[in-house]
Design a protein around this ligand. Structure first.
Ligand SMILES: NC(=O)C1=CN([C@@H]2O[C@H](COP(=O)(O)OP(=O)(O)OC[C@H]3O[C@@H](n4cnc5c(N)ncnc54)[C@H](O)[C@@H]3O)[C@@H](O)[C@H]2O)C=CC1
Ligand SMILES: O=C(O)[C@@H]1CCC=N1
Length: 271
């Protein structure tokens, strides 16, 4: 891709996307530029990814065709204030933040601006991301196709209606953290039984990946796949029974609901 790609903010999420798109070969490092606040991050990112990086948001905004805002939601207002004049009618601004709505972006820019609201996740770093996107009315089909090509280079991507965007952190944006908690807890239990840590993480992570692949590739219902593991009177059903007693599903659903509620609160300008 020949478009000039800019990242304002280059922390966990920005770096995961940059690494993912470079590894996929969809864009040359020379076509990516970024900004960061600290000299430490600027030096690290320049060395690690070979992209151009500075602390000049205005210049970056003026020189980018596809401009990612990969800063925390509470920094958005100040950053937009700073770059508003540099963003042209043709620039596609892509949000990477929970609770930043298309409407709030249009209000903040106070002019016709192309905006795509997106929610990626950190597994983009290893080409296994899951992202959701939704464009505003000024984004053309061609713009959207280009941005989708980038997101699909580091994982899967879905274009969805904006009313579903607040549920995306729970489904895919924040949920890697929940899966890491599951992996950590399973590994702790294995270590309690005498497993070395490294073997425990490897075996549990491979099992999580394998189970996810079974859901994706067989198309079978997760409950059917679970039933196929449960030998009558065997080990699995004993574990399943105990997990149900402990409120496993309830805890997951409550965690996801809290995540979505927080995203809705941010979208509505509540804390
Ligand atoms: N970390 C994650 O798993 C995910 C994060 N996101 C979203 O990505 C956005 C960034 O999150 P992270 O990368 O986790 O945060 P982070 O704190 O790792 O990175 C943010 C970066 O922005 C820089 N920054 C702050 N103010 C700036 C400014 N005025 N100009 C230029 N750079 C500035 C900071 O120095 C920092 O390096 C957030 O809005 C978050 O909602 C979305 C999906 C997943
Ligand atoms: O925790 C957060 O707010 C961000 C959005 C999704 C993942 N991290």
């Amino acid at each position: 891709m020949k478009k000039r790609i800019g990242f304002i903010g280059c922390g966990q999420m920005g770096q995961a996307m940059i690494q993912g798109m470079i590894d996929a070969g969809v864009v040359e490092p020379g076509h990516i530029a970024a900004t960061a606040l600290s000299d430490e991050t600027i030096d690290f990112v320049a060395d690690e990814y070979g992209i151009h990086i500075s602390n000049d948001n205005k210049k970056l905004a003026a020189e980018s065709d596809l401009l990612f805002l990969a800063v925390k939601p509470y920094v958005y207002r100040d950053v937009i204030e700073e770059i508003r004049e540099e963003v042209s009618d043709d620039t596609v601004v892509i949000t990477v933040a929970a609770g930043i709505t298309l409407e709030s972006m249009e209000e903040a820019f106070d002019k016709n601006v192309k905006v795509i609201r997106s929610m990626p996740n950190t597994p983009s770093l290893v080409g296994a991301g899951m992202s959701a996107l939704c464009p505003n009315a000024f984004v053309t089909q061609e713009d959207l196709a280009e941005v989708l090509e980038l997101y699909e280079s580091f994982g899967e991507a879905e274009v969805i209606e904006e009313k579903l965007m607040d549920a995306v952190p729970a489904v895919s944006g924040s949920s890697p953290a929940f899966v890491y908690m599951l992996i950590e807890a399973m590994a702790d239990a294995a270590v309690q039984q005498g497993f070395p840590r490294d073997k425990a993480y490897k075996m549990v992570a491979q099992t999580v990946e394998g189970a996810a692949k079974m859901v994706k590739e067989t198309g079978r219902h997760p409950a059917e796949l679970k039933d196929a593991v449960c030998t009558p009177g065997g080990t699995t059903i004993s574990g399943v029974t105990k997990l149900e007693e402990a409120g496993f599903r309830k805890a997951i659903i409550q965690g996801m609901t809290a995540t979505t509620e927080k995203s809705k609160a941010l979208s509505q300008g509540r804390k």
